[in-house]
Write a new protein. Sequence first.
Length: 180
Amino acid sequence: MRRRYKPKPRRQFKPKYRINEYIRIPTVFVIDETGKQLGEMNTSVAIEIAKSRGLDLVEVSPNANPSVCKIADYGKFQYTQAKQTRQQKAKQKKTETKGVRLGVRTDSHDLGFKKKQTEKFLSKGHKVKIELRLRGREKAHQDLAKKNLKDFIDSIEIPHKIEEDIKRFPGGFNSIIAPE
């Protein structure tokens, strides 16, 4: 029996913050827990100030010159960072591209049904990819197919914009429309 190699799912990159003695830079720019800038100072002095307040020295921006450190409770700092990333993720608008497939010989009733589906997708804020498939001898009537697709797009009553104009692909024609 042959074993198959299944790669492990990749973990998302989380920024690691250096704290206290793990900060190896001789001088740092320090911001205290209230947000007041204490200025540039020696790392050991900054760690002493943080310890005297019962907090940690967290390296917030290691790429800056000198690197920026914040006096904060490390556990609370991690929690607020995680909370901010969750909020940013929730605010992102997820648009999906839905698909509708037509044919040259699609009946008027079926076109009406597909038009309703397209309008429903657009009203929910999704983009819609409309494909018109050509099969066999239908490929000889490309002008008719293009006209049918154009008429279908024009019949959609919900306000929309054509994101990708009608273009040819090996199986027929397609176009992408999005809500305004």
